[in-house]
Design a binder for this molecule. Structure first.
Ligand SMILES: [Zn+2]
Length: 372
């Protein structure tokens, strides 16, 4: 392997580590770092790390701690520019210098204005060789939630929709189970790598869902639950409210809800945020996302309701869309999963890039990604 191929392979490894932290590091980005030394032609990995739950310790210091003395004279691959600001811990750029690392390859610059270029400048001024842009596109995809939070004041949004073969989400007042066991497993995995699951209040009223990650051994990775609820109609005895001591529940409400109703919910332990409403009296989704980004949320999985899905896409806030289609038909009139306006936008080649359908158990999954 030549040097560039080794750099890429180490960065690929660091990106795999970074993906492990997704959903657990917010408000910080999930970063991966690998430290290696050359023995003859062979790279030998001596340290690995990724951002720990809650956002610290950072990946670089984890990898340095693992490498110990072996870091001296070694190289580091890191998926995001090392931090340069003094927060609760000293900056990683200083830790890298102190550890004696002589070469750093970084995939992308930190969009955080407190860092942006500063981390790499500190390394360079200490005489460390710095290479940037290695697997930058992949790193951007891993960090997209954090990048959106910093640059666009909104989290990344993955929109999940499920429909019957004839296009229905369910019948009024009740959502049908349109996903097979394999699809459900995949959705629960997606829940674990997002910071929050979001639904509209209609889904709460219809299904009284838990919205937790129920894969064996992954319960503790359940993200927070967010309800879009203009008039605060979420029942006080709903599961989302009753279990908010275990997994946090946040409810976003409109300007007209009485202070009294807010207090009742807050006493139960629910976090309430007021959001601006638009001319139709619905919550302004852009303002809602601004509020969430301000509180540090970087990645949202939106699972609830055709109306919420449409509002998010209309406001140009959706990064990826996953549509699960069951082979079973509802066979009568129901609630359309994808309303005609939304379908037109999803299928617009200037807005979204649709992949070929894949089989997930009995279901079919089509994945659309936003065109920048
Ligand atoms: Zn750091």
């Amino acid at each position: 392997m030549n040097a560039a191929a080794i750099d890429q392979s180490m960065m690929r490894h660091a990106l795999t580590l970074a993906r492990r932290g997704l959903g657990r590091t917010w408000p910080n980005p999930s970063v991966g770092a690998v430290i290696w030394r050359m023995e003859g032609e062979q790279p030998i990995i001596v340290g690995r790390g990724f951002t720990q739950p809650g956002g610290r310790p950072h990946a670089e210091t984890e990898a340095i701690a693992m490498a110990g003395e072996a870091a001296r004279g070694a190289s580091m691959a890191v998926t995001l520019e090392p931090c340069a600001h003094h927060g609760k811990t000293p900056p990683c750029a200083e830790a890298i210098i102190k550890a004696g690392i002589i070469r750093v390859i970084s995939a992308i610059a930190d969009p955080d204005p407190r860092v942006d270029g500063g981390g790499l400048a500190i390394l360079r001024s200490a005489g460390i060789e710095v290479v940037t842009g290695v697997l930058a596109d992949e790193a951007r995809a891993v960090n997209l939630g954090f990048i959106h939070k910093v640059n666009d004041q909104r989290p990344l949004i993955t929109l999940k929709l499920a429909q019957t073969a004839d296009g229905y989400a369910g019948v009024t007042g009740r959502q049908l189970m349109v996903s097979s066991a394999s699809s459900k497993q995949r959705v629960h995995l997606a829940r674990a790598n997002h910071d929050a699951i979001m639904v509209g209040v209609g889904t709460v009223l219809a299904d009284n869902p838990d919205l937790t990650c129920r894969l064996p051994g992954m319960m503790q990775f359940s993200p927070i639950r967010i309800v879009i609820d203009t008039h605060l109609s979420t029942p006080i005895n709903s599961r989302l409210v009753e279990t908010c001591g275990t997994v946090p529940t946040w409810i976003l409400i409109g300007p007209n809800v009485s202070e009294n109703s807010v207090e009742v919910m807050q006493e139960k332990g629910v976090i309430i945020e007021r959001v601006a409403s638009n001319a139709n009296g619905h919550l302004d989704m852009r303002d809602a996302m601004r509020v969430l980004a301000k509180r540090g949320v970087t990645r949202i999985l939106s699972e609830g309701g055709p109306l919420l899905a449409e509002a998010l896409v209309d406001a140009d806030l959706v990064d990826t869309i996953e549509i699960y289609t069951s082979p079973d038909r509802l066979g009568r009139e129901g609630v359309l999963a994808v309303r005609p306006g939304l379908r037109a936008r999803i299928e617009n080649k200037h807005l979204f890039d649709g992949a070929e359908p894949v089989a997930i158990g009995r279901d079919r999954l089509v994945h659309y990604s936003r065109i920048k």
